[in-house]
Design a protein. Structure first.
Length: 262
């Protein structure tokens, strides 16, 4: 019987995605949908069944000329999670941040009323000029500074250094944006700096004060990781001079697979 996947709140080293191969990124991937296209053999009409609205990210990376420390790190990361068995946090190269994203507002999925004190993080994708339809995706692994975070302690890929943010000393190139919340009641975005925390394992914002009043738009600026797992049970790794890892596949883990409600 299948069970929900186990998960570790550890970060796969994002620098693995930036080790250039002949001047090109080693990573190839993007959104995957579950649409089914059913053609009528007689009329030629194709009907589309949308089996899942939100996309799940998937990709592969080919690494060569790995330094010994990178090679050992990747091997430990794979073996320590039993291959594809245990998930991890991944800063997906094409999908990892939002800026002034409206996560709640009048008439939306979450409607502030002066009483509601918890809000979920969502990121919307809208075709230019088509505002009547949008793809709304639940974000469950935000990156939040320690003073505002609950649920887990976030570390850099070494597992001991506190997660770095833009502006921190010695911050890596992939450093996260400082998590910021804004309220807009019609007079523009006003940053709310106190009275809230964010659960970094579920993406739920909890207000203790400054609870959004009726008619307020709540917006977030932040970085986030995706919950991911390796797709394979066998890995092609070379430990010689080349130091190569071929076609290492990763897939996004859906929130329901982690037991988190939409």
């Amino acid at each position: 019987m299948a069970i929900l996947i186990d998960f570790d709140e550890c970060l796969l080293d994002p620098s693995l995605f930036s080790i250039a191969q002949g001047g090109q990124s080693p990573f190839v991937g993007g959104p995957e949908y579950a649409n089914a296209h059913l053609p009528n053999k007689i009329t030629g009409v194709v009907k589309t069944a949308v089996l899942r609205f939100d996309e799940l990210e998937r990709g592969t990376f080919d690494l060569s000329l790995l330094r010994p420390t990178h090679f050992d790190y990747l091997l430990n990361f794979i073996n320590g999670g039993y291959g594809s068995a245990v998930g991890f946090r991944c800063r997906f190269p094409h999908f990892n941040s939002m800026t002034l994203e409206t996560i709640a507002g009048p008439g939306g999925i979450q409607v502030p009323n002066g009483v509601l004190s918890t809000f979920k993080l969502y990121k919307s994708s809208i075709r230019p000029g088509i505002t009547a339809r949008s793809n709304v995706k639940r974000i469950i692994k935000p990156v939040v500074q320690a003073a505002k975070a609950t649920g887990a302690t976030l570390y850099e890929p070494d597992g001991v250094t506190a997660r770095k943010f833009v502006g921190d000393s010695n911050a890596p190139t992939y450093a996260a944006l400082v998590f910021r919340l804004y309220h807009d009641t019609g007079g523009g975005n006003v940053e709310i700096t106190t009275g809230w925390t964010v659960n970094v394992t579920t993406g739920i914002i909890t207000y203790t004060t400054n609870i959004p009043a009726t008619g307020t738009y709540v917006r977030a600026t932040c970085s986030f990781d995706l919950p991911m797992a390796f797709t394979d049970n066998q890995f092609n790794l070379r430990g010689d001079i080349v130091g190569q890892a071929e076609s290492v596949g990763v897939r996004e883990i859906g929130h329901t697979e982690l037991g988190i409600a939409y």
